[in-house]
Unconditional design. Structure first.
Length: 276
């Protein structure tokens, strides 16, 4: 009897701890979003396009690849590793590498053929005893080898944050206490002027407030605030605007690029949502 009672007490404690953890996680990430505001920044962010149109459809390769990936994802394939004669899944199932193949195929590139040819031409690069074009291009390790040797890799260096822009959600060291890490959205970049008036955010002396579809409720009206973001720094605010400890209230208002740890790509709690 004593052992059963002890077991129940331990189980109740574990359940209580899990509930507290879930409640804390939900409150901490409340109001976060991956939605990006419309471009209302002083600096025009150039939309980079490829100079190549492989399939001749009038759409550059970079745009074609992106749109084809989105189209494939919208079919909502179920994850399951299967073998297909011909290589291409056609039954509503697939794996992560099928997204890559579909994206490239939509731009006119046959990844199955490209990988197969590279394996036959450079077998020393691949750890494959019996090549099989039906499956080789769907294996992650093979794609890693192929893309490493045949494509140009974009930067993964976090110090090159010039590529980041307003609307990105980032993790950084809290300017007032670097032992803490904060998660906030970039509202302004170096050189931006930010005014907060009547519960609205204005950028660079614009008469139109920033469109912020990611906040859940209107921002409470407070005293007017004015900020001028230094070069190499960022002005960050929380999406849960009325309960956010953000740059408006810090002693050191700006986050410098060497203090940014990472960029948030998706939200796990309260539910997983695809990037838009």
């Amino acid at each position: 009897m004593k052992s059963k009672k002890l077991f129940r007490i331990i189980a109740a404690c574990i359940l209580l701890a899990v509930m507290i953890l879930l409640m804390f996680t939900r409150l901490y990430h409340r109001g976060t979003s991956v939605k990006r505001p419309k471009n209302a920044y002083k600096r025009y962010i150039e939309q980079i396009k490829s100079g190549i149109d492989k399939d001749g459809d009038g759409v550059d390769d970079q745009s074609d690849i992106l749109e084809s990936a989105l189209e494939y994802i919208q079919t909502k394939p179920k994850y399951e590793s299967r073998y297909y004669i011909g290589g291409t899944p056609n039954d509503g199932y697939g794996v992560c590498t099928d997204v890559v193949a579909a994206a490239l195929f939509g731009a006119g590139y046959d990844l199955q053929k490209l990988v197969s040819e590279d394996i036959h031409e450079h077998p020393q690069n691949y750890d494959i005893q019996s090549p099989d074009e039906n499956i080789d291009y769907r294996r992650v390790r093979n794609l890693q080898v192929y893309f490493k040797n045949n494509t140009k890799s974009l930067t993964t260096d976090l110090s090159e944050i010039e590529e980041w822009q307003g609307g990105d959600i980032v993790i950084f060291k809290f300017p007032d206490n670097e032992k803490k890490y904060f998660v906030k959205r970039i509202i302004g970049v170096g050189g931006d002027i930010i005014d907060i008036k009547n519960g609205k955010v204005y950028l660079n002396n614009s008469s139109t407030p920033l469109d912020e579809p990611y906040i859940k409720e209107p921002m409470r009206v407070m005293q007017d605030m004015h900020f001028e973001v230094p070069e190499g720094a960022y002005f960050c605010m929380g999406d849960n605007r009325n309960n956010s400890d953000d740059a408006r209230f810090w002693n050191n208002h700006y986050v410098y690029k060497n203090k940014i740890i990472a960029k948030v790509m998706f939200r796990y709690w309260p539910n997983i949502k695809p990037l838009k």
